[in-house]
Design a protein around this ligand. Structure first.
Ligand code: SF4
Length: 254
């Protein structure tokens, strides 16, 4: 490579790194950064983070609504701990109430989540929202996260090394939020969190424990979209959770 060609390549790499850093700052809720680290005179120019990316969501919407969650998100940074980082558009940290008593954990981001940076926003996410509301909660009252924070290519299951790299951050989120109940959504999340390869059909509806928190395994909303007949047993699982919160069923989710 000639010297002339190398300079633009290095500049492009630096620019890409700068953009990645701005995305990370935006995800952490930072609205603007100074142009230089040195003290700047009053009125000096700042770089608006929003110019490098769409307007950032509120911190609470971005899953970092407490000091502890913000510190965990900062610890993740522009994470490259596993190979999933290479295919992501956005790291999907979590969403919801940082003091939630009820938390939902899925497998990993899909295509819609990868684009929007928020878990459960596609069709399955819409069904999850209906399920949450049928339980007598608002989506904003609960916290939603995944076992891995970056989208596996082709929506394949996350691999053991990817889980090993990412699960500590889920555990840290649970420790920060301290929910009364975690609902594990789907075969993969249930089997991974519980280290139990028993089929989901036999694990669902039975109280378990994860990180000292009561855990209810149930079907994934995406599975329920493909298998509507399984909504009835899933609803029975959610009613067990509702009972834990002293809530009565207003009716079945649709
Ligand atoms: S999946 Fe988790 S560990 Fe892997 S790159 Fe993404 S945030 Fe990092």
């Amino acid at each position: 490579m000639s010297g002339d060609a190398k300079i633009p390549a290095e500049a492009a790499a630096l620019a890409a790194e700068a953009v990645r850093h701005l995305w990370w700052l935006r995800d952490a809720g930072v609205r603007e950064v100074p142009l230089a680290a040195a003290p700047r005179p009053a009125g000096a120019a700042v770089v608006a983070v929003a110019k490098a990316a769409p307007p950032p969501p509120a911190l609470s919407e971005n899953g970092c609504g407490s000091e502890e969650l913000l510190a965990i998100r900062a610890g993740l940074g522009d994470c490259t701990r596993c190979k999933l980082h290479g295919g992501r558009t956005r790291l999907v940290f979590g969403v919801g109430n940082p003091s939630a008593e009820l938390m939902f954990v899925g497998e990993g981001p899909g295509a819609d989540e990868d684009l929007q940076g928020e878990p459960f926003v596609g069709r399955a996410g819409q069904l999850l929202t209906k399920m949450i509301e049928a339980m007598g909660f608002a989506r904003s009252e609960v916290y939603i996260a995944n076992v891995v924070k970056c989208r596996p290519p082709g929506n394949r299951d996350p691999e053991p090394d990817e889980i090993a790299a990412c699960e500590p951050f889920l555990k840290a989120q649970i420790a920060a939020i301290r929910p009364r109940v975690v609902v594990a959504l789907g075969r993969f999340a249930v089997q991974t969190l519980l280290r139990d390869a028993t089929p989901i059909g036999k694990q669902r509806g039975r109280w378990r424990a994860y990180e000292g928190v009561r855990l209810m395994p149930t079907f994934h909303p995406a599975y329920l979209l493909r298998n509507p007949a399984e909504k009835k047993p899933a609803w029975e699982d959610l009613q067990l959770v509702m009972k834990e919160f002293g809530k009565t069923a207003p009716g079945r989710e649709s």
